[in-house]
Write a protein that binds this ligand. Structure first.
Ligand SMILES: C[S@@+](CC[C@H](N)C(=O)[O-])C[C@H]1O[C@@H](n2cnc3c(N)ncnc32)[C@H](O)[C@@H]1O
Length: 293
């Protein structure tokens, strides 16, 4: 068995099943001690990047060039497949240390971007190194419980957990976020996505998908080839049919990209609002306008 190349050693130090005190120490270390010892940022091609201990996706993201290229690729994908344009509002749920924001600043800086995450050191880093230079890119810490990234928070994902108004996001990005959510959070977050996305908006997400009809709906840290997962919610895999039904029952059309083609074998999923689930059909809007408030 090899340890999953999926997240950083520093991440495992924080969330490998230690108790409350150790987790607080790990969080403080990431906020204050690691920056002193390991540095607060790096630069590649003149672009400020987060330090490696705040990069949560696979080992390949430790390479500064890979990280920067991947950031640009994520931005390009949203432009090509999710109709992201100048002026669009982007909600990056589980933004981590700002990878998408960094890519957008390179390719489409004129968007209205909001990154949200439960991991406080990541949000602190983004505010310090991104918002300070680009105030239109904002970041919010949401104190929602996640057994891996924010285990001591008082509440789980629920209605209005995302700190943005209804129907306010043209594009929502969740790269490798459903890969770390339990069943309740998975269901609640899909409902939240429908609440905040505009009727013409798009959602892009990645997830570990089990394509077998007989698989359990959701498995935490599944036996997966040679991978050895470490700690809570390191890898959450959902059954394709179950996850598609969940999205469709919340009013989404569901399109899967090439199977298992993303980082560590995740699959890209694209959601758009089903015509019959749109809240503001043109006829209703016209009637309301004619009738007045
Ligand atoms: C593997 S990292 C991906 C980071 C980033 N999306 C990227 O691609 O670089 C998963 C992120 O999801 C965040 N997260 C987990 N549960 C969340 C929730 N309920 N709401 C918002 N963020 C969450 C974690 O704190 C972590 O930063």
């Amino acid at each position: 068995m090899k340890t999953a190349a999926y997240e950083t050693t520093a991440d495992m130090i924080g969330y490998g099943g230690f108790g409350h005190l150790q987790r607080r120490i790990a969080t403080l270390a990431k906020s204050y001690l690691f920056p002193l010892i390991l540095g607060s940022h790096t630069r590649q091609e003149g672009v400020v990047l987060p330090p490696r201990y705040l990069r949560f996706c696979g080992m390949e993201f430790r390479s500064d060039q890979f990280f920067l290229d991947s950031a640009r690729r994520e931005a390009a994908r949203l432009i090509e497949h999710c109709s992201l344009r100048s002026g669009s509002s982007v909600l990056d749920v589980g933004c981590g240390a700002g990878r998408l924001a960094i890519g957008l600043m390179q390719t489409l800086p004129d968007v209205r971007y909001c990154g949200v995450d439960v991991h406080k050191p990541s949000i602190q880093w983004c505010r310090k190194w991104i918002s300070s230079q680009h105030p239109k890119f904002t970041f919010e810490w949401v104190n929602t419980r996640n057994a891996r990234y924010n285990p001591d928070a008082p509440k789980v994902v629920s209605e209005n957990s995302l700190p943005v108004p209804d129907r306010s996001a043209d594009v929502i990005n969740l790269f490798s976020v459903f890969s770390h959510l339990d069943r309740n959070d998975t269901q609640a977050l899909v409902r939240e996505l429908r609440r905040v996305v505009t009727d013409t908006g798009r959602v892009f997400l990645t997830a570990f998908i089990d394509w077998s009809d007989s698989a359990p709906d959701l498995v935490v840290n599944p036996a997966h080839g040679q991978m050895q997962w470490s700690g809570p919610l390191h890898c959450v895999r959902v059954r394709h049919g179950w996850f598609q039904d969940l999205c469709e029952s919340n009013g989404f059309e569901f399109h899967a990209g090439p199977a298992d083609a993303e980082v560590d074998g995740q699959t890209a999923i694209y959601l758009s609002v089903r015509a019959s689930a749109k809240t503001e059909s043109p006829i209703k809007t016209a009637t309301r306008n004619l009738d007045g408030p």
